[in-house]
Design a protein around this ligand. Structure first.
Ligand SMILES: Nc1ncnc2c1ncn2[C@@H]1O[C@H](COP(=O)(O)OP(=O)(O)OP(=O)(O)O)[C@@H](O)[C@H]1O
Length: 453
């Protein structure tokens, strides 16, 4: 990270548990988790679950599972719903400083005022009428049964920061409404809780979507009012559907869950989520460290980027072709596929999804119905007779061909294709050199002689 030296950066991902994570959320999670990993820092998963009406435990669990699928294991997990005392204390501090003030307008009153300001050519920002209320005014309103919500009094000044993605940013908070930090029912808004937590948890870098840029100016003012250290910010572009439409957790767009169920590889989804909309090539990688090594926040473009699931198929295949056996061992076992490393190395280059390995495992294990053209039957019987004797060690396939070529007089396709069709029952597939030892002498012998085995 191109910032002032921070020895052990602290980063976080703060989703609301209100739906399944989509690839845009994954982009944010991955940038934070992988930068923490690369820089020897800490990665916090913090559920933004103060909105109790929409947040659920089940979605929180699904988020943890989907992150785990991507290979992300947080160093620390926190729930904002369990940290209310901290927010109460911070709100009390802001009130004591005169930076948090009660306001009593209803949503309808605010809307009427916004409309009237617009008609007069004024920006539709909050007019701070509540700041002029006297103690008697407030007592009268409360006697009417009104409960205040609480607004943060912005200083109304240019707030600038060096954004890791967007460069120098400056937003004049004079053009913004004083944000509501506490609702009338006493619940807190994300703008506030995330700042209080970032200070408390020592978050050093906040990487998030550019939907938060304006928020950042407001949040810097709040952090400064609370006497906290302002973290380094980076706002990446947002991912959209191929149509250009924005993604929503609540609407279930491009969820990690659905991509996983389709058989896409997590590392392929991660590569696409990280590098779509950057000047870097979207390439498959064999592990998260390889992806982390390539991250460059300055290479992220400013415009929203379309995430095209059609690109995933090639990336998933490309990823499988790179994966070493230990990375898939448990998944192959769960699919009932044996054959060990030799099998994996033989077939990985022919897979579109991992499940396809089962097809090749069936070819190895049998029974396979050999495909034999009548004109090849004698040649194949000859090939069966020339199969090297057991034990099969060393270059079985090369030895076999060396014996078969001169006696059959065949070469090229006329030699290889009938062998493949008889041994595998298929027109194409992994190299016979690698498959033959896995098929074994007994099955190979039977298949070359036309028997299903
Ligand atoms: N389309 C997107 N592309 C990239 N990042 C995104 C996208 N949408 C949200 N994010 C980022 O994901 C993180 C978590 O955000 P949040 O939980 O609010 O998700 P959301 O998808 O915006 O939510 P919802 O659809 O529930 O309003 C934020 O840092 C946000 O910037």
């Amino acid at each position: 990270m191109s910032t002032a030296p921070v020895h052990r950066p602290v980063l976080r991902f703060a989703p609301s548990p209100t739906g399944l994570l989509h690839v845009g959320n994954a982009r944010t999670a991955l940038y934070n988790a992988l930068l923490a990993r690369r820089e020897g820092g800490t990665f916090i998963l913090r559920y933004d679950d103060t909105d109790t009406a929409r947040s659920t435990r089940a979605f929180a669990e699904a988020i943890a599972q989907d992150l785990a699928w991507l290979g992300i294991t947080p160093d620390r997990v926190e729930r904002q719903s369990e940290r209310l005392a901290l927010y109460d204390a911070a709100a009390a501090r802001l009130k004591a400083l005169g930076r948090l003030y009660p306001a009593y307008e209803t949503e309808e009153e605010l809307e009427t005022r916004r409309l009237s300001r617009r008609r007069r050519g004024l920006p539709p920002v909050y007019d701070r009428a509540a700041l002029k209320l006297t103690a008697e005014d407030r007592a009268r309103l409360e006697a009417e049964g009104r409960r205040p919500h609480w607004r943060f009094r912005l200083e109304g000044r240019p707030v600038a920061w060096d954004d890791l993605v967007r460069g120098r940013q400056s937003i004049d908070t004079a053009g913004l409404s004083d944000p509501v930090l506490v609702r009338a029912d006493g619940s807190y808004l994300y703008t506030f809780t995330s700042v209080v937590d970032d200070i408390d948890m020592g978050v050093s870098h906040v990487i998030r979507g550019e939907d938060h840029v304006t928020n950042t100016a407001v949040q810097i003012e709040i952090i400064e009012a609370l006497g906290g250290a302002v973290p380094v910010f980076g706002h990446h572009n947002l991912l959209t559907l191929p149509s250009g439409e924005g993604l929503s957790k609540r609407l279930g767009h491009l969820s990690l869950r659905a991509l996983r169920e389709e058989g896409q590889e997590a590392l392929a989804v991660a590569a696409l989520a990280l590098f779509t909309g950057t000047s870097l090539a979207v390439e498959p990688a064999a592990d998260l460290d390889a992806l982390a090594a390539r991250i460059d926040l300055a290479a992220i473009s400013r415009a929203p980027a379309r995430f095209d699931p059609a690109d995933l198929a090639a990336l998933t295949a490309g990823t499988l072709h790179l994966l070493p056996y230990p990375a898939v061992e448990a998944r192959l076992a769960a699919l009932g596929i044996g054959g060990g490393e030799a099998f994996w190395l033989a077939v990985r280059g022919n897979l579109a999804t991992l499940k396809d390995a089962a097809l090749w495992w069936r070819v190895v294990e049998g029974p396979v119905a050999p495909v034999i053209a009548p004109e090849d039957a004698d040649f194949l019987a000859q090939a069966a007779a020339l199969l090297p004797p057991l034990p099969w060690t060393g270059e079985v396939y090369a030895d076999w061909l060396a014996a078969l070529k001169p006696v059959s007089g065949r070469k090229g396709r006329a030699l290889f294709h009938p062998l493949r069709a008889a041994l595998t029952g298929a027109e194409s597939g992994p190299e016979l050199k690698a498959l033959l030892p896995l098929i074994g002498r007994e099955r190979a012998h039977a298949r070359l002689n036309g028997a299903a085995a």
